[in-house]
Ligand binder design. Structure first.
Ligand code: N01
Length: 542
């Protein structure tokens, strides 16, 4: 049955609370639950009409998670963990949204969430030591703490192409998909973008559309997901072993337990390496590929072995050699987010699907009837934009956040985001970000990173209250040192070698810095725990 949306909150926005949470995705929901358990008053504002965040907005056909359901789920409630029944290895967007809605019902979260309400502005009041938060509806609320649970991939982005609003047909962005779905039957469809959203939706749209033309600027590395229904025996085994599994997640590099590789890709024979890559390819797990050898993410020659393996796969699957060549990426494997697909490369063997390589023939403009490249005019009934997000910072800087002295956050971050631990920023006392830039976030199983941040932030608030303190703010020195540390780790990897959204490269004018922390979830957690244990070292408390 189609999911119906939540009703708008019937009560008025309170004038003051302990904590304002912005966003009711996986972060905001767990935060609300946790804060209530601490007997703090908290409300959340959510732009959507229901909970779920990413899984509320991204309803494009074929949308799935690329971390297994039994791992991509909350660990904070053992009852939830034991009782919830996942259906698929890699669940679809509707299945994950159903889970989010189940969590909201189970913990009665909706009564403190104001849906259809975007936060416009938040200003720190130095005298009162509070945040004044304003919504698009003109409501204002004062809070001791402000937590931005706004997600890393939530500020969607249209391409900078002339004529965008000239097109007479229908247009859709993958992150703003109509709730009732789109029927492409018999239509001529153009899609721009071949990141994860494009790679997942292209095979599904191709099955419906009369013709599908894919406009590709940069090809993606994609592995077959090998999705399937979960077997009762594997679910039972996981449920019997969940505590140990969760612990292993916390200590792992990506929030997904995998053996730590010790060998170099260059020290083994070609046969052995091919066999290893083949097992990863067959396993349907990105992490298995990225951790197949110890040096894939740091050594170009090692990485080239994985690149050649995937190129070979693409050429084996895609029948037209020119299309196959166009689908082969040149940047190092893993330096842009790799994709997990269901029948992606195979889709290019369909008669009704055509690939346009924008490196050869760039888009010149969108016209009333379609898309014009440097060598051809294409006519469409529908254009789909799978063009991604202003990642990691977009959702934060689009709110007018003012810290000490009225300093706007987007100005403080004009040369790239500056945080301590990806959780807080100097000049912005009592403001926390969940999975902010400078934390592992997008390089990890998001749910693991979300839970860690929510636990850390709520512990910090409890600590302050227990000590009779009111404010927490990173020192400039601690923040500078953390930014240096994040850069140092990134520079030891191949990540900066690709024009990725990790680098801000997809947004014209955005400063090019590698935003997430690449040192791994386990290491990062240890650092955060040590800092807390030392009385929040690097933070000024008062
Ligand atoms: O966005 P993207 P996405 N002209 O930025 C192209 C997560 N996610 O929504 O690479 C032409 O990756 C752009 O080209 P280029 C996951 O973390 C996960 O697909 O900039 N093309 C690129 O091909 C993912 O990484 C899942 O050269 C233009 C595409 O549009 C992240 O979200 C599923 C263009 C954008 O790709 C974002 O994924 C979906 C222009 N002007 C998303 N501008 C899972 O499976 C942009 N492009 C879990």
């Amino acid at each position: 049955a189609p999911l119906s949306d939540s009703q708008p909150a019937s009560r008025a926005v309170p004038s003051s609370v302990d904590v304002v949470v912005v966003g009711a995705g996986f972060s905001g929901m767990y935060l609300l639950h946790k804060l209530r358990e601490m007997n703090l008053s908290a409300i959340a504002f959510e732009a959507g009409t229901d909970v779920g965040g990413t899984w509320y907005w991204n309803r494009y056909p074929g949308a799935r998670v690329d971390v297994e359901s039994l791992a991509y789920s909350y660990s904070f409630s053992e009852d939830l963990e034991q009782e919830y029944e996942w259906q698929e290895r890699y669940p679809t967007q509707p299945e994950i949204l159903r889970y989010a809605r189940h969590v909201a019902d189970r913990f009665d979260l909706r009564r403190d969430i104001f849906f259809r309400t975007r936060v416009n502005a938040a200003a720190y009041d130095e005298q009162g030591r509070t945040w004044r938060v304003r919504t698009e509806h003109g409501d204002a609320v004062t809070a001791r703490f402000l937590v931005m649970a706004t997600g890393c991939l939530s500020a969607s982005k249209l391409p900078e192409i002339p004529g965008l609003d000239r097109f007479a047909g229908a247009t859709y962005h993958t992150a703003h998909w109509p709730h009732e779905g789109v029927d492409f039957t018999g239509l001529r469809v153009g899609i721009i973008g071949t990141g994860s959203s494009g790679v997942q939706s292209i095979p599904v749209i191709a099955e419906q559309a009369a013709q599908l033309t894919v406009f590709q600027r940069t090809p993606a590395y994609s592995l077959p997901a090998r999705n399937r229904s979960l077997r009762p025996d594997e679910v039972a085994a996981m449920k019997a072993n969940y505590r140990a599994f969760r612990q292993a997640q916390k200590e792992s590099g990506f929030g997904v337990p995998t053996p730590i590789p010790t060998k170099s890709a260059l020290e083994v024979s070609d046969e052995e390496r091919d066999a290893t890559f083949e097992r990863a390819w067959e396993s349907g797990s990105l992490v298995n590929l990225l951790t197949a050898y110890a040096d894939l993410s740091i050594d170009q020659a090692a990485n080239d072995t994985a690149k050649r393996f995937i190129h070979r796969k693409i050429h084996q699957i895609v029948e037209d050699p020119r299309t196959a060549a166009d689908l082969c990426p040149e940047y190092p494997v893993g330096t842009k987010r790799p994709c997990l697909d269901t029948g992606y490369y195979e889709t290019y063997n369909r008669e009704n699907v055509h690939l346009v390589n924008l490196r050869r023939t760039p888009i010149v403009e969108i016209t009333e009837r379609g898309i014009r490249t440097s060598d051809q005019a294409y006519e469409f009934d529908v254009i789909v934009y799978a063009t991604g997000f202003d990642a990691m910072t977009g959702a934060l800087t689009s709110v007018d956040i003012r810290g000490r002295g009225g300093a706007p956050l987007d100005e403080a971050w004009s040369a790239g985001p500056r945080t301590y631990l990806g959780i807080s920023s100097a000049g912005y006392p009592n403001l926390f970000m969940i999975t902010g830039p400078g934390s592992p976030s997008v390089l990890s199983n998001m749910v693991v990173s979300i839970e860690q941040h929510v636990d850390w932030v709520t512990d910090a608030i409890a600590y302050l209250d227990h000590q009779g303190l009111t404010t927490i703010e990173p020192t400039q020195e601690a923040e500078d040192a953390w930014v240096d540390h994040v850069n140092l780790i990134a520079d030891a990897t191949l990540y900066p070698k690709a024009n990725s959204w990790y680098m801000g490269a997809n947004v014209p004018g955005k400063p090019q810095v590698f935003m997430p922390y690449a040192g791994g979830v386990g290491e990062y957690r240890k650092t955060c725990d040590e800092i807390a244990a030392q009385g929040y070292k690097g933070f000024a408390l008062s």
